[in-house]
Design a protein around this ligand. Structure first.
Ligand code: ACO
Length: 309
């Protein structure tokens, strides 16, 4: 969907969307495609790139707030469709921080020796939870999936440090209120947007800038790495102004900050792995580079991961 498409739906303009968010287009999955279907495709390509047989995956972690069903997990659907006979599979509900949370879980499990080869996926069909009558939110979101194979390595490369934090007091800033056990659907439910994503954008914006910068500092400190040593920052793609403000706070030049928001919009848990994959396939990441990933989303929850490539 382009900005021109939204001009026909709500009172907005290409100029407003471009200058306030940096978004020009988003990808929308067709009616039949689920978050699980997108995750399967992303996993397939990740396994191929890692040259990893499916039998070797012993854990699958899926970050999503848009699962195929309420029960079972999206991860169990992906496990069946992809064919991972030796894995245990579960979801992580951490909105835009879903992939970073998955990476953190994977890193800890590998360190503990509990699992050896882990597939971490972020997948979202946000179009299914978007209120296309609300100009405050509908222009922001798109559908996508991204995946990574995480495995142990005895050298000095890999996930050096991760950091996660949440503050549930701020959950009314970004939520979908109806459809859970707090506010179940009733037989006379009439669409008014309450079961779709609602957000207080400007409040979320301020917390996002502050906490994402802090999260990156935390993972740098833990690993004893300086911001000047980062080759590439791969931030959650929610708003180009948030990304620019983050770069300014970290004193990292924008040439070292990956951006694809213009093409995809905000794809929640899929945002970071999608950006990481694009940067990698474009040859922007070399062996030995320090790559810092960071994300922020509904919960509110945020986190970062520092990787030596
Ligand atoms: N077109 C035109 N005008 C609009 C639109 C639109 N699409 N959307 C909002 N406006 C209007 C508002 O109604 C408001 O008008 P008013 O002053 O007459 O009331 C005006 O623009 C300014 O609104 P703000 O909300 O202050 O705009 P802001 O500059 O903050 O930008 C935005 C809004 C883009 C949502 C921004 O706040 C943002 O990106 N926030 C953070 C989003 C984020 O990081 N979310 C976390 C992850 S999402 C997840 O977890 C699923």
């Amino acid at each position: 969907m382009t900005n021109a498409d939204f001009e026909k739906l709500v009172d907005t303009s290409d100029e407003w969307i471009t200058t306030r968010t940096g978004i020009k287009e988003r990808r929308i999955a067709d009616d039949k495609m689920t978050s699980g279907d997108m995750a399967v495709e992303a996993c397939r390509r990740a396994l191929e790139m890692a040259n990893c047989p499916r039998e070797e995956i012993d854990l699958l972690v899926v970050g999503t707030v848009t699962p195929d069903y309420r029960l079972p997990s999206c991860a169990c659907v992906v496990q069946e469709k992809l064919g991972l006979p030796n894995a245990v599979a579960f979801d992580v509900v951490a909105a835009c921080a879903g992939f970073i949370s998955g990476l953190s879980i994977a890193s800890s499990f590998i360190e503990s020796g509990a699992y050896k080869k882990i597939l971490v996926v972020g997948t979202e069909k946000l179009s299914a939870f978007t209120n296309y009558k609300d100009r405050n939110t509908c222009v922001l979101f798109g559908d996508a999936a991204g995946a990574a194979v995480v495995a142990g390595d005895n050298g000095d490369r890999g996930i050096l440090s991760t950091y996660l934090k949440s503050d549930g007091r701020m959950r009314p800033l970004l939520w979908a209120q109806v459809g859970g056990t707090a506010n179940p659907y009733t037989p006379d439910f009439q669409f008014n947007g309450s079961d779709k994503i609602w957000m207080n954008g400007s409040d979320v914006f301020k917390v996002a800038v502050r906490e994402m910068a802090d999260a990156i500092r935390k993972v740098l400190d833990k690993a004893g790495v300086k911001a000047s040593q980062i080759s590439l920052v791969v931030p959650h793609q929610a708003n180009i102004r948030i990304i620019e403000a983050l770069a300014k706070r970290l004193k990292v030049d924008m040439s070292r900050v990956y951006r694809n928001i213009e093409m995809f919009g905000n794809t929640s848990a899929a945002s970071v792995p999608l950006a990481l994959d694009q940067a990698n396939r474009a040859g922007m990441i070399k062996e030995g580079d320090y790559v810092a990933m960071v994300a922020f989303g509904g919960g509110l929850i945020w986190g970062a991961a520092l990787v030596r490539w």
